[in-house]
Write a protein that binds this ligand. Structure first.
Ligand SMILES: Nc1ncnc2c1ncn2[C@@H]1O[C@H](COP(=O)(O)OP(=O)(O)O)[C@@H](O)[C@H]1O
Ligand SMILES: [Mg+2]
Length: 228
């Protein structure tokens, strides 16, 4: 199976080379766990490798998101340049529904050959549905539509609880091809960041809980190290 390199230091090793091409992967975690940073770097690294990407933001507006990421990743000096050269697109749809998001992605595939997309966050879309069954059906249709597009997609998902033992499973966990869990683990006097690949259809992968850091030069995953 063809793999897409995320370009995130240490992460592709956990997946024996990267995310299987055209799969849909949930980045799941509590607030401040690094979901936005992780997803943004996925597109940034792709853009640098010449693979155009679209960031669909449903929270911050385009400018806020860019400013936040420039503040987090101070070494990423070429964000504006990648945007100008149409390797990186940041868009906030007018309506927060799956149809508008699908349309944005379709348009950017047709017009700009994007091969990577991020939806941040899918939870916002979920919240706009009153009815779980209706959401499940719409999400399923949305993912089937995406499956026919040549695009690898990350969707962030907000966990209500930050603790590892307290994470629960949502509809998205059953229908997505992959799940990466991000944690802010409590230790005696501090928190440490850790991640795990919980599910990834189509490839063998590590089952380890591994520490990571958000650094000015990018996210660094310490794939050989233990958390405790
Ligand atoms: N320059 C930085 N250096 C180290 N950590 C940072 C930096 N900027 C932001 N962070 C960390 O990243 C966190 C936010 O990450 P973010 O990707 O927005 O999380 P999420 O999307 O899961 O809420 C902040 O709470 C902060 O701890
Ligand atoms: Mg976020």
């Amino acid at each position: 199976m063809e793999k897409i390199k995320t370009g995130i230091s240490g992460f592709d090793e956990l997946l024996n080379g990267g995310i299987p091409k055209n799969k849909h992967v949930a980045i799941y975690g509590g607030p401040g766990c690094g979901k936005t940073s992780f997803s943004f770097e996925f597109l940034y690294r792709g853009a640098q490798m010449g693979e155009p990407g679209l960031y669909v933001t449903l929270q911050e507006n385009e400018e806020e998101l860019k400013e936040n990421m420039e503040g987090t990743f101070t070494d990423f000096k070429d964000i504006d340049q990648l945007i100008k050269s149409k390797k990186l697109f940041i868009k906030k749809p007018e309506k927060f529904d799956l149809e508008s998001v699908a349309e944005l992605i379709e348009d950017h595939i047709a017009d700009h050959d994007i091969t990577r997309a991020v939806i941040d966050s899918a939870t916002i879309i979920h919240l706009s549905f009153g009815n779980e069954l209706e959401y499940r059906q719409t999400l399923f249709e949305f993912l089937s539509l995406l499956r026919n597009m040549d695009c690898t997609v990350l969707m962030t998902l907000e966990a209500k609880k930050a603790r590892k033992e307290q994470l629960s499973f949502n509809i998205e966990h059953y229908v997505m091809d992959g799940i990466v869990n991000l944690y802010n683990l409590e230790q005696a006097d501090k928190r440490i960041r850790a991640l795990e690949i919980f599910k990834m259809r189509g490839t063998d992968h590590s089952l380890d809980l591994v520490p990571f850091k958000v650094l000015p030069s990018g996210i660094k995953v310490y794939s050989g190290e233990r958390v405790f």
